[in-house]
Design a binder for this molecule. Structure first.
Ligand code: 5AD
Ligand code: SF4
Length: 466
């Protein structure tokens, strides 16, 4: 038999891309491609790109500079290296990528991954291939499942895409254009995928989608199911001990989903709920369809359902028209909520989005200065949240060996990384850990003699909600 050809996939951007990259590798495995971690020995390099901000898109072109040198070195050694660009930059720029970076052989968007073997054949025959259609058929029907060995090698925590695309059209965002209209996968297919992962040893599932809580896939009864209903069903799968979902839109946090945070023990008490800004004027200009008060109200209801819920968010500074007063409102919101962490970005005008055409763009220097102040506020919030975990005993799911001998790294229920001296046999297991120290947002702990206290809603709260 021929030696397998070597595939190197590099993901940029969101978890969706990480998931898609794995599924591309799974799809190519039966066609004789084995993954390698060394780009220099690859026969096929796929860069799975992100277009969300200009900086993210530019990363692909600088990476392509390095890849071109690898391609030249391979050619000098008499070997053909095929270079592919996938993902949202590919979707948005199409052939332009080949014009700007002639080393690229293949360009294809997020809806074409299942056609990868056919596209590779086309590139081999015609020299180049570009595919940025939004096909009618569902790519998930055609993407191959990973082997049990591949699943195990990827660890005990896994992402599963349940919906893709977005119909919200926030005025800063390219997602509705690059990923297309919102599409939810049917429940039966999601369950089959998770059962397969659980059988291979996966213990934690994060359901992912660009607007995951807008999920409305076809249920096993033929009717549309909400994300809450899907979570309840996934929680019944043997072996799945932890559930998470991301990324959610505040408008789609419905009563059932909030109640799931109270009723489902396997649903971890951490939620990523981007708010973007604390100013109603800016939220309206962003077309977010919620006010600051709506957001605070949703958080309050979530915390009634699950008092220890850790919240994280995304923020954009310097959206067109943002005044110092608008920005001050964002800082007040941060302190009013108390986030356990957040991502923050300078507004980056994306061609084709309404925000890019707004006339009152904010000066770069002002954006940079606001970003610094915003990050300082988030760091304060995060440090306070972490301090609150000191001396507590938390359940940790151990994922892998740590940097130092004898050490393992796992995640707390709040998604914090925790480093513990523990036997390697605990990888894939959940154990109680007492938090003893904190350094730069990592927690350190020791295996506890007694189990972590089980979360129990206070009786007054148990009947609330809905
Ligand atoms: N500029 C800056 N940040 C952006 N995001 C999305 N689009 C832009 C943009 N044009 C941020 C939002 C979103 C996160 C994934 O990326 O905060 O929630
Ligand atoms: Fe983009 Fe808004 Fe959709 Fe999120 S909800 S993917 S920010 S358009």
């Amino acid at each position: 038999m021929n030696d397998p050809r070597k595939l190197y996939v590099k993901s940029f951007g969101c978890q969706m891309n990480v998931y898609d990259s794995r599924r591309m590798a799974d799809t190519l495995a039966p066609h004789g491609y084995a993954e390698t971690a060394a780009a220099a020995e690859a026969d096929l390099i796929i860069l799975n790109s992100c277009h969300i901000r200009e900086k993210a898109a530019e990363k692909i072109y600088s990476e392509l500079g390095r890849v071109r040198r690898l391609k030249e070195a391979a050619a000098a050694a008499g070997r053909r290296l095929v270079v592919a660009v996938a993902g949202c930059v590919a979707q948005a720029e199409g052939e332009e990528i080949i014009r700007r970076a002639p080393a690229v052989d293949l360009v294809f968007g997020p809806q074409s991954y299942h056609r990868l073997p056919e596209l590779l054949a086309r590139a081999a025959r015609d020299g180049k291939a570009v595919d940025t259609e939004f096909p009618i058929d569902d790519k998930f029907d055609h993407l191959a499942a990973p082997s049990a060995a591949a699943t195990r090698a990827r660890g005990v925590s896994s992402f599963v895409t349940v919906q893709e695309g977005c119909d919200k059209f926030c005025t800063f965002c390219v997602v509705p254009y690059t990923r297309g209209a919102e599409l939810s996968r049917p429940v039966a297919k999601i369950l089959a995928e998770i059962e397969h992962l659980a059988a291979a040893g996966v213990r934690e599932i994060t359901l992912i989608g660009q607007n995951v809580n807008a999920y409305h896939g076809e249920g096993t009864d033929g009717r549309p199911w909400s994300l809450a209903r899907l979570l309840h069903r996934v929680a019944q799968i043997d072996g799945i001990e932890r559930l998470r979902y991301t990324t959610s839109h505040p408008r789609d946090m419905d009563d059932d989903l909030i109640a799931a945070h109270r009723d489902l023990g396997t649903l971890m008490p951490q939620l990523h709920l981007p708010v973007q800004s604390g100013s109603d004027r800016i939220l309206a200009a962003m077309n977010r369809r919620h006010s600051c008060a709506d957001y605070r109200n949703t958080v309050e209801r979530l915390r009634q359902a699950r008092p220890d819920l850790a919240l994280t968010s995304d923020f954009i500074v310097g959206f067109p028209g943002e005044t110092e007063g608008d920005f001050a409102a964002t800082l007040s919101l941060i302190d009013a909520i108390g986030f356990s962490g957040a991502f923050s970005f300078k507004y980056s005008p994306r061609p084709g989005t309404p925000g890019a055409d707004m006339t009152d763009q904010v000066d770069e220097a002002v954006k940079s200065e606001r970003l610094q102040r915003l990050q300082a506020a988030i760091d304060r919030n995060q440090a306070a949240f972490n301090r609150g975990c000191l001396d507590r005993t938390l359940d940790v799911l151990f994922e892998r060996r740590g940097r130092h001998a004898g050490q393992l790294v796992g995640r707390s229920p709040y998604l914090q990384p925790v480093q513990v001296v523990a036997p390697a046999a605990l990888i894939g297991e959940i154990a109680a850990v007492t938090i003893t120290d904190i350094a730069s947002n990592s927690l350190f702990g020791a295996l506890a003699a007694t189990p972590a206290p089980v979360f129990a809603p206070e009786p007054a709260l148990a009947g609330a909600g809905a």
